[in-house]
Design a protein around this ligand. Structure first.
Ligand SMILES: [Zn+2]
Length: 538
């Protein structure tokens, strides 16, 4: 009864006395300071912050200045910076070609229309190999699941449709679809390359847009021990609309396969009646970029040697093919929004200091768009001991484009961080939910994954929607129209109150982890726990 009365009073009094009737949770953000940071990072002057570019260097110099002003200390190698070396790959399409060979006769593929080369791999100048359709192309020992079983892949190219079977737990399915695991399985089966067909039911970006930037540079880390694509001589992405060219004569159609994959049903696997013959000319260059790392020391004499890591990628796609006359891929949401949150949280901790026992580490990584490369480098060459990082909260494109009512938390059921974030959100009147769209594989698609693979419990979160709600369409349309497009800029609609609410949760969660007597653990039954065990064994 008193509770109800109290609520009613609070609602009435809110108009006159907002400060007194607010719950005990303080608010530190208004969305405006955050958006001001986004506007600087996503300005045309930053040229879309491509890894290794002058635009990204300018954006990073700006970030370093803000960190200094916020009073957080350098924790990189060279001040705030940790240099990272890359090798760029760029396909020269006019000197490259591909054809399907059927009954000895070539059927040329139109690059861009039918398919395009995947350039993360170090493509061989010439490839001629039979094709085998291997369904999802997954090998998941935990579930005795093997798409390569009974098929001869030696010296051949594996053709897959992106996705996973429904009876596979989300975490396992995501993990085994990561580039390293997927290629690893194919390589062990003897394949020399892969053709991937996007799953039409889970294509964030329409084919025409994906294909438009196919000759843009891709990158690998110069540190070859971190190369996930080693041994991959051929790689191609095939347009679902042209995929029947691969299946002709087999008794199967792509429509049939796509319909099964949409519902995550088991797929047939069989040799195709065509081979691929391809010539690929790639240009390679060495470039350098950097991660930025800063720390705010904790106050406990022992626990201050441990870190709660807040990370976000600062790189984006740079300058690419024009869409509606605009060539600059500003990356306002992807991921100026996350980098801005790190700066804003750091600044808020200066304005309203918080008693924290553990230290906080702010990590702005480069090379995310090139395959999580900056975070992979950072966790392989950490600037504080790996074992001292107790948790990672990663922010990537959290999308404050609808009011904040529910948070989608990737990794919600994997570690103690799930309970902590649920509590922190509940104190602020917010609900949490696990990933409502497992087909999109979000848990492995951003930098938290690099931390997870080193045993560090991690979560990533976004403004959520309830499946089937009108908000779902807003997010879907955003992905189709703005994701990885020049229109992801600061002219788009944004909900500043939602951004502020999100930042409160991030800040609250960081503080809660920093002051928790015990460090977060993976759940007993979490698949990812194995990485903590192997890290402890090293
Ligand atoms: Zn992106």
């Amino acid at each position: 009864m008193t509770r109800k009365l109290g609520l009613a009073l609070a609602v009435c009094a809110l108009v006159a006395l907002p400060a007194l009737t607010r719950p005990s949770i303080e608010s530190h953000f208004d969305g405006k300071t955050w958006w001001d940071y986004v506007r600087v990072l996503a300005d045309d002057k930053m040229e879309g912050r491509e890894t290794g570019s002058a635009g990204l260097r300018a954006a990073e110099a700006y970030v370093v200045k803000q960190l200094q002003e916020a009073g957080v200390e350098p924790a990189g190698v060279n001040g705030y910076y940790q240099p990272v070396k890359f090798i760029t790959h760029q396909i020269v399409e006019q000197d490259s070609s591909a054809a399907l060979i059927r009954d000895g006769k070539p059927e040329p593929l139109l690059l861009g229309q039918d398919a395009y080369f995947g350039t993360r791999a170090d493509l061989a100048p010439e490839t001629e190999a039979p094709l085998v359709f291997v369904g999802y192309g997954l090998s998941i020992p935990e579930k005795n699941y093997d798409d390569f079983a009974g098929l001869d892949l030696k010296g051949k190219v594996a053709v897959t449709i992106q996705g996973s079977p429904a009876d596979m737990p989300t975490a396992l399915a995501s993990h085994y679809q990561s580039a390293a695991e997927k290629w690893g399985g194919m390589r062990r089966a003897g394949a020399i390359g892969a053709i991937s067909i996007p799953n039409p039911a889970a294509m964030d970006i329409p084919w025409s847009r994906q294909s438009a930037n196919r000759t843009h540079v891709s990158m690998e880390l110069a540190d070859q021990s971190l190369n996930d694509n080693a041994g991959e001589k051929f790689s191609m992405t095939f347009n679902p609309a042209s995929a029947d060219k691969l299946f002709a004569g087999t008794g199967h159609t792509f429509d049939e396969i796509a319909a099964l994959a949409k519902d995550r049903k088991p797929l047939p696997r069989f040799p195709l009646l065509v081979s691929i013959h391809a010539k690929a000319r790639m240009e390679k260059k060495e470039i350098e970029s950097a991660n930025i790392i800063a720390k705010l020391p904790g106050s406990d004499p022992t626990l201050k040697n441990e870190y709660v890591v807040l990370s976000a990628h600062i790189d984006h796609l740079g300058i690419g093919e024009p869409i509606n006359g605009d060539r600059i891929y500003n990356g306002a949401m992807d991921n100026a929004s996350g980098s801005a949150t790190l700066m804003d949280v750091a600044a808020s901790l200066k304005r309203h200091p918080e008693k924290i026992k553990r230290s906080l580490l702010f990590v702005f990584v480069t090379g995310e768009e090139k395959g999580l490369l900056g975070s992979k480098y950072f966790t392989a060459h950490p600037t504080v001991p790996l074992s001292s990082m107790v948790a990672n909260i990663n922010i990537d494109m959290f999308l404050p484009i609808v009011p904040l009512k529910i948070l989608t938390v990737y990794g919600l059921q994997e570690s103690d961080l799930g309970e902590l974030v649920t509590e922190v959100a509940a104190e602020r009147g917010l609900q949490v939910q696990p990933d409502p769209e497992p087909l999109r594989n979000a848990f492995i698609r951003s930098d938290q994954y690099s931390f997870i693979k080193h045993g560090i419990p991690a979560v990533a979160m976004k403004i959520g929607f309830v499946p089937g709600s009108p908000e779902q369409k807003i997010f879907k349309d955003w992905l189709t129209e703005r994701y990885h497009a020049p229109s992801d800029d600061t002219n788009q609609p944004v909900d500043l109150a939602a951004a502020a609410g999100y930042e409160e949760v991030i800040r609250g969660l960081m503080v809660a982890i920093a002051n928790d007597p015990s460090r977060p653990q993976w759940k007993q039954d979490s698949f990812f726990r194995r990485y903590a065990n192997s890290a402890a064994g090293n």
